[in-house]
Design a protein around this ligand. Structure first.
Ligand code: SF4
Length: 331
């Protein structure tokens, strides 16, 4: 009971702090992550996060529409990714042509997607990517942001991205970077620094979260994103894939995922007004997320090519989930 009151007070205090626009510190984040996701206290945490989400977003929800550009083996072979060459999942490589991509984007934009993400494997040709973004910008009218999710890049390439019409980059220091990936964490951080020093905005989720990650790791990865100016954050769960080294470790529970999202909402508050959950999770929307991802094409979380929306999750379904969580979606 003492513990319950203590957590209740903690949640109330940190909600007030969040509403004042003050970022939560590492210890506070870890304390919230320590709450049992199955408990009543977690419900209170979720309600507090939803209240903060309403105050910050004015109850506006939005769609992040992600388009896989190339489906190919990647030599980096991250332990959680379907494209890892060492796992032998991709047997037939292919790439969508520009016409196919613009048609898909047109469809997403016409349904109200706010962000259009061009997702490539790590070594997709940079010139082709900027050519594609220019084409999308010229051929698909509408009020949307172009986002890229690609490999590492420097200041010069950041400028080229800006000039081609890109407004935001998705980039992260992944959980256990350098352990479950072959990247040097410093190389990933260098790209985050480049983004911070550019006009590009940063989208940064804690990912790919599995049952193997400790609260301290989650807090540190999250804070790295905030320190690099992330204005869109949230949490993405690792999806266990057959043949990958982490296949035996199950996905985190829906409530644990929602709890992490709730913590990011309180911790980032006005500094990152948009909070995303992926894969889709109704509890996470009820607990402070306001962004859902609809994606097609090559998806690192699936062993198939996903020609249409991943797992059948489309914008229509997302809209219903927003409605269930009392958000407004302005398409
Ligand atoms: S996560 Fe990125 S870098 Fe790692 S294997 Fe997949 S495509 Fe390559």
């Amino acid at each position: 009971m003492v513990r319950y009151l203590s957590n209740l007070n903690l949640i109330q205090e940190l909600k007030k702090k969040a509403l004042k626009g003050k970022r939560l510190n590492r210890d506070e984040i870890i304390s919230l992550l320590e709450i049992d996701p199955e408990s009543e206290e977690a419900e209170l945490l979720g309600s507090a996060a939803r209240e903060v989400a309403g105050a910050i977003t004015n109850d506006r929800a939005d769609i992040w529409a992600s388009v896989g550009v190339d489906y190919r083996n990647c030599p980096m072979s991250c332990n959680f990714c379907a494209f890892g060459k060492e796992w032998g999942i991709v047997t037939e490589e292919n790439e969508r042509n520009f016409d196919q991509i613009t048609e898909i984007i047109h469809n997403f934009v016409s349904q109200g997607a706010r962000w259009i993400i061009l997702r490539t494997t790590q070594f997709y040709e940079f010139d082709k990517l900027t050519e594609l973004t220019k084409l999308v910008r010229s051929q698909v009218p509408g009020d949307y942001e172009i986002v890229v999710n690609t490999g590492e890049f420097d200041e010069l390439n950041a400028k080229l991205l800006e000039e081609s019409g890109v407004q935001r980059v998705y980039h992260t220091l992944r959980l256990r970077e350098g352990i479950d990936t072959k990247f040097k964490p410093d190389d990933r951080i260098a790209t985050l620094e480049t983004i911070k020093d550019s006009q590009l905005e940063l989208a940064y989720l804690i990912e790919p979260i599995g049952i193997e990650h400790k609260n301290e790791e989650i807090a540190d990865i999250f804070l790295t994103g905030l320190e690099h100016g992330a204005t869109l954050t949230g949490a993405m769960a690792r999806v266990p894939l057959p043949k990958t080294p982490l296949s035996e470790l199950p996905q985190i529970s829906s409530r644990r995922h929602a709890q992490i999202v709730a913590v990011t909402r309180l911790a980032a508050n006005r500094h990152a007004p948009n909070v995303c959950v992926h894969p889709p999770n109704q509890t996470a929307l009820n607990w402070g997320a306001n962004v859902l991802v609809v994606e097609t094409g090559a998806i690192p979380r699936d062993v198939t090519k996903c020609e249409s929306e991943w797992n059948g999750f489309d914008i229509k379904t997302a809209k219903q989930m927003f409605k269930n969580a009392n958000y407004e979606f302005r398409s």
